[in-house]
Design a protein around this ligand. Structure first.
Ligand code: F3S
Length: 413
C-alpha cells in the first residue's frame, strides 16, 4: 500500500505503540483487500463494547491500547454496552459484570471516545453527510449510513474501527469505491405487500423488519456482495428504514441497498437485469419463522432494536398512559435520546406504567441468557439474536401489539 509520510510515521511508532498497532491493523486489512492507499475518515462508530462479547481478552486489548497512548483523532462513539451505565442495578446486572463493563468504558474514554453507547449514532450526534467517508462497525448503522444517508463505510470489526479512530484513516476499498455501490440485483415487491391491510399510516417497523428478513433469506442464493435495488416501496419513515437496515444486514449481510425515490444514490443507477420477485407469501413465511413461541407465555418484552427514536418513545408514552405493565418490559435507547424524553415528560409517563428504560444497552448485548424464556419484540434483528444467542422463544409483532403484550392483553397480530 502507498502510505503518506504522516501514515508512515504512525506506522513507524512516532505517536506511540497503540497508534502504531492501529496502523498495522489497517495496513494488514488494506493488503488483504487490495487497497491502494488510505482515505481520511471523519467519523467512527465502534462495536464490540459489551463485556459479555469482549470477555477478558477484549478488555485486555483495549486497556493495552489506552495505556499505549491511543487517542481518537475523529468523532468516535460506541455501540451499546452490556448494561445501563448509570442504572445497572435496576436491570439486575451483577456487580462483577458491572465492574468489568466499567473498565471497558473507562478504556474507551481514556482514548477520547465518546461513551454514548448506541447503535443509532445518527440519532445521537454522530451524523455523517452524503458522500462522507467514515468507519462504522455496527451492521445496522453501517447499512443506514450507506443506504439512507449515502455516507460510505465498510462493515468494520471492533479492532479495525478502533484503528480508524486512532489514526483518522481507513483503507480505500469496498463500499468506499463507486463500483462496489452499484446495485447487483433488482427485487420487485408484490404490490399487496406495502398496501397490506393493517399497515398503519404512521409506519410499521415490524413490516419493514419482516421485509428485511424475507429479502435476506432470498439473497442467500446470491454469492458475493449483495446490493439490492428495491422496487415497490413508495414511502418509508426513518424508523421503518432503521428497522429494514437492521434486518436486511442481519439476515442477508447487506451493507447497502437502493430504493428509488427514497434513498439518495438510487437515482444514479438503473435497475440490474438480475431480478427477483418478493411475494406476500415470502413475507408471511418470514413472520412465521420469527414466531416460534407456540403458546408459551411471554415473560420478556423489548422495544428498541435498533435503539428507539424520540418519535417512537412519544408513541410509547401515549400507549402506556395510565396503564400498568404486567411483564418485564425493557425500552432501549441512547442516553441523548432518553434525555430528550426526560425533558418532554415522556419518561415519567412511561415509567409510571412499570416499564423500564434500559439505556446504553439492549436485549441482545446485555447478559440475560437464562433469565427469560419467551421474548416479544417488533424487531426482526432482536428475534434473530434472542434465538441464536440467548436461546429465547420469540413472538414477533407490530410495535403497538408488543406494548399490548406487556400490558397482558395480547393481540393476534
Ligand atoms: Fe442495536 Fe442491540 Fe439491536 S446493538 S441493532 S439494539 S441488537
Amino acid at each position: 500500500m502507498k502510505l503518506s509520510p504522516e501514515e508512515q510515521a504512525l506506522l513507524a511508532g512516532r505517536d506511540g505503540p497503540a497508534t502504531q498497532k492501529a496502523m498495522e491493523i489497517l495496513v494488514a486489512l488494506g493488503t488483504i483487500y487490495g487497497a491502494g492507499d488510505m482515505l481520511p475518515v471523519s467519523s467512527v462508530q465502534i462495536a464490540g463494547v459489551s463485556y459479555d462479547n469482549l470477555g477478558e481478552a477484549g478488555l485486555h486489548f483495549l486497556t493495552r491500547m489506552a495505556d499505549g497512548g491511543g487517542r481518537a483523532r475523529v468523532l468516535t462513539t460506541l455501540n451499546p454496552a452490556g448494561m445501563d451505565i448509570q442504572d445497572w442495578q435496576g436491570l439486575g446486572i451483577s456487580p462483577e459484570f458491572a465492574g468489568q463493563q466499567q473498565r471497558v468504558i473507562e478504556a474507551f474514554t481514556r482514548m477520547g471516545v465518546i461513551a454514548t453507547c448506541t447503535c443509532t449514532p445518527y440519532l445521537a450526534g454522530n451524523v455523517p453527510h452524503y458522500g462522507e467517508h467514515i468507519a462504522w462497525a455496527e451492521s445496522s448503522a453501517v447499512c443506514y449510513s450507506n443506504a439512507v444517508i449515502g455516507a460510505r463505510t465498510n462493515r468494520e470489526g471492533g479492532p479495525s474501527a478502533l484503528a480508524a479512530a486512532l489514526t483518522g484513516c481507513t483503507p480505500r476499498y469496498g463500499m468506499h469505491l463507486d463500483e462496489a455501490r452499484r446495485p447487483t440485483v433488482t427485487i420487485d415487491l408484490a404490490a399487496e405487500i406495502m398496501s397490506a391491510e393493517g399497515v398503519p399510516e404512521a409506519g410499521n417497523t415490524a413490516l419493514f423488519g419482516a421485509l428485511g428478513r424475507a429479502i435476506g433469506d432470498r439473497l442467500q442464493a446470491y454469492p458475493g456482495e449483495r446490493v439490492p435495488y428495491l422496487r415497490g416501496i413508495q414511502r418509508a419513515s426513518l424508523e421503518e428504514l432503521k428497522s429494514l437496515c437492521a434486518s436486511v444486514a442481519t439476515y442477508g449481510g447487506v451493507a447497502l441497498f437502493h430504493i428509488p425515490g427514497i434513498t439518495p444514490e438510487a437515482a444514479l443507477h438503473n435497475p440490474p437485469a438480475e431480478r427477483l420477485a418478493l411475494t406476500c407469501s415470502d413475507l408471511e413465511q418470514a413472520m412465521i419463522d420469527m414466531n416460534d413461541a407456540s403458546g408459551e407465555e411471554v415473560d420478556f418484552v423489548s422495544l428498541g432494536c435498533p435503539h428507539l427514536s424520540i418519535r417512537e418513545i412519544a408513541r410509547l408514552a401515549e400507549l402506556l398512559d395510565g396503564q400498568r405493565v404486567v411483564k418485564e418490559f425493557w425500552i432501549t435507547t441512547s442516553r441523548p435520546v432518553k434525555q430528550v424524553a426526560d425533558q418532554a415528560g415522556y419518561t415519567r409517563r412511561i415509567e409510571s406504567s412499570g416499564a423500564r428504560f434500559a439505556v446504553d444497552t439492549c436485549c441482545v448485548v446485555a447478559p440475560i441468557k437464562g433469565r427469560f424464556h419467551t421474548m416479544a419484540s417488533d424487531s426482526a434483528k432482536a428475534c434473530y439474536y434472542a434465538a441464536a444467542k440467548n436461546k429465547f422463544k420469540t413472538v414477533f409483532k407490530p410495535f403497538d401489539a408488543v406494548v399490548a403484550e406487556a400490558l397482558g392483553r395480547p393481540q393476534a397480530r
